[in-house]
Design a protein around this ligand. Structure first.
Ligand code: HEM
Length: 479
């Protein structure tokens, strides 16, 4: 166990400081039912009512909710080694472990660092630049199947699209991935994980409850997809020439010369496969919803796209000119952060955070949803105003007032990949279509591992009349 040596926390304070205030909740159960009923509302209300550090009693213990950028930075950056992600013993019984195993998202310490260094080259700037053509080509192919007036579930379309992009760019296999299979399995995984939030007691994943069994079947379907990708690669004759992420993971050798075990390869691949497409699809879905509700922002976006692209498809070189497109995405991820809550961090030793006692083992909850909607940092926080980011707002804000990709050593490895991908996709689609949600349906965010539109995003496609004649430079690569 690590000792806290930071000047922010004196050993005596760690014992004598008061525990943070928080809701009383019910005997034994604490606030677990309130949290489960409406996790987003509960966390926001708790932070506004009890302050920047709040203690929430739940079955069998308590977690501390950290809402202020300063304490978030303290935990994620300044003293990050004192606040690791949940340890393996706790994780082992969870559905997260069954799904991700010990991949990059869930592992810790020296093991995590080694795996992170191994995967990092796939995300270097130049590598990512090389993915841009595939991103636009897949988007074009999707648009070729769209028609004016057609009704679609835009969220499921975005999931298919980003899945194929990640499969091709990182795993070198787009055709062999069955998007329908992955989508269905992922739907079950998210439903079960959303339901878990409201359960007073977390039932270990190896107990065969109906929901655990459903979860296991869904994970088995995902495992099959990944196993096929790996098997195909092993059988391929050109393996030596491939330089994608899968090739790097497969070629990695320990100091003693041994390769990654099949299980470890599976864990890393599942993690990157899922983390690498679902979040970006969500960012796009929420963006289309917000644009449909904010016609002025949508018009300004379209003007930029018409001016910069003049009817052709976007390229990597256009990104610096697509500044408003970038702000639209930025503002959308503020209001609907796809990763609405970070993986819980755990205090490794008795300490204080923000002046409050934090006993060893306390779970620390950090939520972009809560902090990014705090009126201290964002005026009218629920309004979608991409313009708020003009004039250097970000430089004036504390670093962790806005953190859709987390921060510190565990910051999202795919941030640049995702931003480039989302900008290119949004530009390609919004230049040609408006997505109008079907009237009479409310679209509710479901907080599971990620923040999903609970019943998808059903829209009518409206071809833009003012779109210029369309010229494609990428179609040849989209076969
Ligand atoms: C809009 C899209 C995305 C969002 C909002 C997002 C958000 C995040 C956040 C908040 C974390 C930190 C979690 C924590 O600290 O508990 C994270 C970690 C991670 N993300 Fe992303 N992500 C996105 C796209 C991607 C993409 C495209 C990839 C891969 C291709 C990816 C792979 C990962 C991985 C592997 C981690 C774990 C990193 C580590 O702990 O070393 N993400 N992501």
């Amino acid at each position: 166990m690590q000792t806290d040596i930071s000047p922010r926390s004196h050993p005596i304070d760690a014992v004598q400081a008061p525990l943070p205030p928080g809701p009383r909740g019910l005997p034994l159960l604490g606030s677990v039912l309130d949290f489960g009923r409406d996790p987003l509302g509960f966390l926001s209300t708790t932070a506004r009512t009890y302050g920047d550090v709040a203690r929430v009693a739940v079955t069998g213990g308590a977690f501390h909710l950290l809402a202020h950028p300063e304490q978030i930075e303290d935990v994620l950056v300044s003293r990050n080694r004192n606040f690791p992600k949940e340890n393996i013993e706790l994780l082992r019984n969870s559905t997260d472990y069954l799904l991700f195993g010990l991949g990059l998202l869930t592992s810790n310490g020296a093991f995590w660092l080694r795996q992170r260094r191994l995967a990092q080259p796939a995300f270097h700037r130049q590598r990512i630049a090389g993915y841009s053509r595939a991103m636009v080509a897949h988007t074009e192919r999707m648009l070729n199947g769209w028609q004016d007036g057609q009704r679609i579930d835009a969220h499921s379309a975005m999931m298919d699209l980003t899945l194929h992009i990640v499969a091709e760019t990182l795993f070198g296999a787009s055709e062999s991935v069955d998007a329908h299979e992955v989508g269905a399995a992922l739907g079950v995984v998210m439903d079960v994980s959303a339901a878990e939030l409201g359960q007073p007691i977390q039932i270990p994943v190896n107990i065969p409850t109906p929901s655990n069994l459903r979860f296991k079947r869904a994970v088995a379907r995902l495992d099959n997809v990944i196993a096929r990708l790996i098997a195909e690669r092993r059988a391929a004759s050109d393996t030596a020439e491939r330089a994608d992420l899968l090739a790097m993971l497969m070629a990695a050798r320990d100091e003693d010369g041994s390769a990654m075990s099949d299980k470890q390869l599976r864990d890393e691949a599942v993690t990157l496969f899922l983390a690498g497409h679902e979040t970006t699809a969500l960012a796009l879905s929420w963006t289309f919803l917000l644009l449909s509700r904010n016609p002025q922002a949508r018009e300004r976006l379209e003007q930029e796209l018409d001016r910069v692209l003049a009817g052709r498809t976007p390229m990597l070189e256009d990104l610096p000119q697509l500044s408003y497109t970038g702000l639209v995405l930025k503002e959308s991820m503020r209001i609907y952060p796809p990763a609405w809550i970070l993986s819980p961090r755990v205090s490794a030793a008795d300490t204080t955070i923000g002046g409050y006692r934090t006993p060893a083992g306390t779970q620390l909850v950090i939520s972009p949803w809560v902090t990014q909607r705090d009126p201290r940092w964002f005026a009218e926080p629920e309004r979608f105003i991409p313009e708020r980011w003009e004039d250097g707002l970000e430089q004036r804000l504390p670093r962790f007032a806005y953190f859709p990709f987390g921060g510190g050593p565990r910051q999202c490895i795919g941030q640049s990949f995702a931003l480039m991908e989302a900008t290119l996709i949004l530009a390609t689609i919004a230049a040609r279509y408006r997505l109008e949600p079907l009237p009479g349906r409310t679209i509710t965010p479901q907080p599971a591992i990620t923040l999903r539109p609970v019943e998808g995003l059903h829209v009518t496609l409206q071809k833009r009349p003012e779109a210029q004649p369309y010229s494609s430079i990428h179609q040849a690569t989209a076969s």
